[in-house]
Every structure is written in C-alpha cells, then in structure tokens.
Write a protein that binds this ligand. Sequence first.
Ligand code: FAD
Length: 596
Amino acid sequence: MPSYRAPVEDTVFLLEDVLAIHRYDNLPGFADASADVIQAVLGEGGKLTEDVFAPLNLSGDREGCTRREDGSVATPKGFKAAYDAYAAGGWMGLSVPEAFGGQGLPHVINTAVQEFGCGANLALSMYPGLTQGAIAALLVHGSPEQKQTYLPKMVEGAWTGTMNLTEPHCGTDLGLLKTRAVPNGDGSYSLTGTKIFISAGDHDLAENIVHLVIARIEGAPAGTKGISLFVVPKILVNADGSLGARNAVSCGALEHKMGIHGNATCVMNYDGATGWLVGEANRGLNAMFVMMNEARLAVGVQGLGQSEAAYQNAVAYARERLQGRALTGAQAPDKAADPIIVHPDVRRTLMQIRAFNEAARALVLWTALQSDIAHRSQDAAERQAADDLLGLMTPVVKGVLTDRGFANTVEAQQMFGGHGYIEEWGMSQFVRDARIAMIYEGANGIQAMDLIGRKLPKDGGRAMMAFLTEVQTFVKDHGEDAGMTPFVAPLQPALNDLQAAVMWLMQNAFSKPDNAGAGATDLMHLLGQVVLGYMWGKIAKAALAAKADGRDAERMDAKLVLGRFFMERMLPETGLRLARIKAGAETTMALPAEAF
Ligand SMILES: Cc1cc2nc3c(=O)[nH]c(=O)nc-3n(C[C@H](O)[C@H](O)[C@H](O)COP(=O)(O)OP(=O)(O)OC[C@H]3O[C@@H](n4cnc5c(N)ncnc54)[C@H](O)[C@@H]3O)c2cc1C
C-alpha cells in the first residue's frame, strides 16, 4: 500500500527561511503565526493527513461513493470519521476571520496544510477544499445575514459547500447556461435547471450542504452579463438557524469516472429550489470568481500534492527494487542485483520530480502569501502589487502545477515498471486522481488563455513588467555572489526568453489573435519555468544562509544539488517554448477542420 509523509520540515523552511514570513507580522493574523505556532500547526496537520487521511486513500478509491435509492450519497467507509476529525480540529477555519469562528491565521498556512491533505487523499480533501472556497466567496460577496446564517456552520464543518457552474451543454462557456431563477416576491428565488459534474454535490459527511449556484434571472441579458449567483442550501435554514424543510435540490446521478472515486461527482437537479441572491444581480460571475480563483490555486496544490505523494512512493520502491548493476560496477555486491536507484535514468526521473516539487511548493506558498498581502495589508500600493502578482500567477499555479503534477505521477509510476500498472501498488491511482486537476476549474488550455488574453495585457502589462523587474533585480543583486552563480547565471537567459516571448506577442498577437491562442500554453509553461527557476534562486539563497549558520548542512546541500539540477536540466526548456511561440499560428491553423 502506498504511504505518505507530509513535507512538514521543507514547508517550515520555505515559510521561515525562503519567504521570511515574519517580515509580514504587521499584517492581521501574522503575528499570531509565530515560529512555534507554524511548527505546531504544520506538525498537527501533517499528522492528521498521514494518520487519518492517507490510510483511506486506496480503500476510498476501491469502494467509491454510492447513491442510495432515496438519492442520497454515501461516501466510502472511514471518510465520515476522518472528516469529523478534520472539522473537530478546527482545520476548516484556519484562516477564516475569528468573527465567524475561524482562527484568522494567514491563508498561506492554510495552503500548506491543503497540500498535505491533497497528497494524502485527494478525494477526501476535496470536501473541505470546496467548503473553504465557498466560505471565501460568501465572505466577500455574501450579505451580513447570509454570512451569519452560513459561515459559522461551514467553518465548524457542520455544513459543507459546493460550486455549481457546469451544465450539460456548457463548462467553459458559461454564458450559455440555462438554469433559471424566478423571483418569489419575498426576496428569495426559485431555481430550476440541471448542473452536472458537481463535486461533493451530495454526501453523508455533514448535516447540510450549501450550494453556490449560478443561474439566469428571468429576463436577464444573454451571455455572461446575465449570470447571477445564488446560495441554495440542501436543507432550508429556519430564522433561528435550525434546520427546516428539505429544499428542492437533489442528486440525480453519480458520475462514474477515471479517478477521485471517493469524491461524489453529482448531477444536481434544481426543481424550483429556493435560493437567495449573493451579491448583485447579473454580477454572478464576478462573485463566483472569488471562489474560482481560490479554487484554481487549490487545484494547483492538488497537482503538487499528487506529484509529491507519487514521488515519495517511487523513491521507496527505487531503493528496494533490485535490477541490473550500476554502470560503474556493482553497488550492492552482496545482493543479486543493485537497487534501481543506482541507475542514472532512474535518478534523472526522481530528480526531475523532486526538483519540480520543491520549487512548486515555494511557488504555491509565495502566491498564497501574495493573496494574504492583497487582502490584509493596510498599504494600498503593497496591496495592488500583491494582487497583480496573485492574478498573474493564478493560471500558472493552476495550469503548470497540474500539467506537470500529472506528468510526474506518470513518471513515478514508471519507476515501478509493470507493477506500476497493477492497481494494488497504488501508483495508478495517483495517475488517475491527478488527471482531473488539469481539467476542472477551467481546463488548462483556458488557464493559458486567461494568462495571455487577460492577465498579461491587464493594466498595460503592469503585473508582468513588475514580475520581470523583480526577477531581474534578484539576478543583479546576486550576480556577484560566487555561491549563487549556479542559480543566477542560468536564470538570466531564461528571463530573456520570457521577455522575448512577451515582446513577440505584443508585436504579433494583437493583429493576429490566433498567434496568441497558438502560443498560450507555451507562454504559460515558459512563465512557469521562469518563476520556478526564480523560486530555486530564493531557495538556494536561503539554503546557503542556513548552511553558513551551521543549520541542517546535509539537507541544505541536497537542496543546492536539486536547484543546480533544475537550472541545468529543466530551465533550458524556456528556449523551446520561445521557439514555439515565435512560430506563430500559421501551421496550427492552416488545415481545414475536415482535414484532421
Ligand atoms: C470530476 C469532475 C469534477 C468537477 N467538479 C465541478 C464542480 O464542482 N463544479 C462545477 O461547476 N464544475 C465541475 N466540473 C466541471 C469542469 O469544471 C468542466 O468539465 C471544465 O471546466 C471543462 O468544461 P467542459 O467539460 O464543458 O468542457 P468544454 O468547455 O466543452 O471544453 C472542451 C475542450 O475545449 C477547450 N476549449 C473550450 N473553449 C475554448 C476556448 N475558447 N479556447 C480554447 N480552448 C477551448 C477546453 O480547454 C477543453 O479542452 C467537474 C468536472 C469533473 C470531470
């Protein structure tokens, strides 16, 4: 059975040394996150996910969810107790304001714990993950009454949340949606329509489910300008907060799918269900974007979590499995063969995954920190700069970490040879589970379009310019430092590639939008490589400083080797990406549809 160990030490190093989180102790909630608190929270989060979530991963996959005759959904054995342990531990509200029962800690700490959950048991971690997203949307757009009605219960974990966007005929193009909302005359609306693929749409983990649903109010304009957001509880809530009658929303079917079997993916039928408008009428997509942006980062974290879990199991196997001899002569002459970890090609694979994971974790935490600054800083300029970076990095975290995360689960599976293909080893589950992260919350092609079409040109390219300047400054500041040379020198050509790509697109994409569309995925990965390289630069700097302090020399040396590996063998991919972008759309678009 596969195992999972939460990367607590590495995460603490990233927060304390690389990101120097205590620089932000002036922000609300940060001073409470002292070094001891961070250690304790991550340690406990690690234990919960290792001891309670991980042992249910394989069994949850095998058993899956079932829909009972009355339409209710049962989750796999053990999920309810695990969810209760999560809720009782106060994990749901880790970074929710205290006014609603949360602990008000920085979002970045919650994000770190999210990774542990996603690595240990993706299907299970999605139930609280979606709830946290729904909490975020209600915090920003809910009325005071809605916040009071729903948030404390959701933060407690007694009620969970969902996000209902997709319909049978539309997922990406939500302007086509058909679900209707008719005013009841008392401030509420009746919602009618069908939503599909709704994660955690029904289950037996909590006493109520708070659905956030997008629908079109009768007479609203067509397209995305006529979409409104509604809160629709599974069980209606009485004025005193107690649970009342069952609402007219139900799970019509469970989808049979490739992975995340322990998470209920539901067809949801709204048959005149009572709902209340969240935020302004016809501004629903705007409101939903709070949840979607939060969820996009969380889905990027899923890619990382699965990549990390798959890596850990691949390493364990590579140390044990005996096949062949090292090219340089036997390493374990007393055994029938050497462990496969002696082979350079096996090491290449493991190094590639690990060099990605460590930088991706840094990127996730750095981005989550921008979210904290954007929401909590008193300084408008600081807030804006952080919000710019957060916006720019959101499609990168979602798209790159899930594309690469999935590819890494395949690479890790490869380490097992034929056994990787056999279900009992659990490696195939990582592959199956990780695959969805590339699709939901906006397929990765859409993330790339969001980057190139929206985030890049926004405010005259301010966010990208600020990022390029930040990396360039880092290169300049450390260019003379001999210890940093292996990390800084390769960053400059990669940065040049990114600059050249942006320049080429500015000159060639406005007049020919297909050039942007054809290069979007490459730009997303090019930016991803550069920011991961930048993260390695920051990690290397902190590792050198820690070594100079006499701390953890062996672990820091390993990081420096991994960083060099990334710089030498992974970062040069930027050149390939640039070449593809500059090739433009001509051949991509040349064939008529019938010729495919
Ligand atoms: C297991 C699972 C769980 C899910 N959970 C939820 C949930 O909780 N809530 C929810 O609302 N939805 C959920 N979804 C739905 C998911 O978000 C959508 O499936 C996804 O956004 C893609 O939409 P679609 O399936 O309609 O594909 P389509 O929109 O039909 O897209 C098909 C392909 O075309 C590409 N494409 C489409 N338009 C463009 C364009 N303009 N430019 C370039 N490429 C384009 C897409 O990238 C994609 O590759 C879930 C789906 C699954 C499978």
